[in-house]
Ligand binder design. Structure first.
Ligand SMILES: C[S@@+](CC[C@H](N)C(=O)[O-])C[C@H]1O[C@@H](n2cnc3c(N)ncnc32)[C@H](O)[C@@H]1O
Length: 360
């Protein structure tokens, strides 16, 4: 068993070096120093701090919402390696016992997780099953609250393979309340494209409940740049909005039939809102991310829209650096009046999603 503690963060497979660069940058911003360990294709990154104090500080101050490429994040307590082939619940409890004092009491949730990789998918079924007796045993040991709650600290059991298991804890702000940091959504059969799930996830993950209530009111208006065939427009229409859909392609007939969509065959970079200031601008155009970010900034600054949700496509190698530079520009230009959130969501591919909302 190893007791060298670190922050363990997971990401989309292939994005390890982006997450690693981001962890170093975010830790440095917080005045914490350390180094990262990662291997391409593992879907995870370990950030080692130079002192226990730094680890505590990072655990308290680095929030999952602030780390673009992290799906899940927790503070490592102990590793079981090799993991026995039987009596694994007992092995976890035995490994936890010497750390009982370090455990927040009571824990509100236990998540049994795996990386989003080929080897991770092999242990996925086991993780789901293992969670049941483990929860019972933790409750019996008075370590886990009787009723599951996402507002308290969590215990994470992270299994990269059947041979190894990492145990750690997180605060509610440090981690995502769902297993593997993934919000699973059901594809709405009436939506014209799978892209619809990207905007649905963004609305649920990046906006607060009060922002959603403020935005999605009956009769509110949105502009969708790069709208075809209409997956994003579908999300807005089903929340009661009227949408100006801008694209040279064809919109789904079913959306046009709602009477809530006006279609414009135009270049999204030249389009101006047809009916005055909109409540929301969304944009999923496959274009250079710097061009899209500048366009979003312009729409907000000239008052064409109150808020914006958009994707930045990332076909380049240094994806974190690109995102960091664009977020810096947007922050300098807009942060006095708007809150800016950016995440790589589960339904994103080589892209991230940004939500810019007016400050209350
Ligand atoms: C990824 S698709 C959008 C999918 C859409 N969000 C959905 O959910 O169905 C990108 C779209 O952007 C459009 N597009 C790319 N550049 C554009 C531009 N300069 N002006 C308008 N549309 C553009 C493309 O025609 C394409 O339909």
């Amino acid at each position: 068993m190893s007791n060298t503690h670190f922050i363990l963060a997971t990401c989309r497979s292939g994005y390890e070096s982006d997450l690693a660069a981001e962890m170093v940058a975010k830790a440095t911003e917080l005045g914490v120093y350390g180094y990262v360990q990662t291997t391409k294709g593992t879907g995870s990154v370990h950030y080692h701090c130079t002192s226990e104090n730094d680890l505590n500080k990072l655990s308290r101050q680095l929030r999952i919402d602030d780390v673009v490429f992290a799906r899940q994040m927790f503070t490592h307590l102990v590793t079981i390696d090799p993991l026995p082939a039987s009596q694994r619940v007992e092995a976890v409890l035995a490994a936890l016992l010497p750390h009982a004092d370090a455990l927040p009491k009571p824990l509100g949730q236990v998540l049994v997780e795996h990386p989003d990789t080929d080897s991770g998918h092999e242990v996925a079924k086991f993780c789901r099953k293992f969670a049941v007796p483990l929860r019972q045993a933790l409750r019996k040991a008075k370590l886990l609250s009787a009723k599951e709650t996402s507002s308290q600290s969590r215990l994470h059991i992270f299994m990269p393979s059947f041979e190894q298991l990492f145990i750690g804890v997180s605060t509610a702000a440090q981690s995502h309340p769902q297993n593997n940091g993934i919000r699973r959504l059901k594809f709405p059969s009436a939506a014209p494209s799978r892209s619809t799930l990207k905007l649905e996830e963004a609305i649920l993950e990046l906006l607060t409940e009060s922002q959603r209530q403020q935005l999605f009111r009956e009769g509110a208006r949105a502009v969708d740049l790069g709208a075809c065939p209409g997956g994003w427009t579908y999300q807005l229409v089903s929340r009661g909005m009227h949408v100006e859909a801008v694209d040279n392609g064809a919109m789904a007939e079913s959306l046009m039939a709602t009477g809530q969509v006006s279609y414009f065959a135009a270049d999204g970079f030249k389009y101006k809102p047809e009916y005055g200031r909109a409540q929301l601008l969304v944009c999923d155009m496959i274009e250079r991310p710097d061009r899209v970010a500048a366009l979003m900034q312009k729409w907000l600054q000239v008052g064409y829209t109150d808020a914006a949700i958009f994707n930045l496509k990332l076909p380049m190698k240094k994806r974190y650096e690109t995102v960091a530079e664009l977020l810096k520009q947007l922050t300098v230009a807009l942060a006095s009046q708007y809150s800016i959130v950016c995440k790589q969501l589960y339904h994103n591919r080589d892209e991230v999603t940004v939500a810019i909302m007016p400050k209350a």
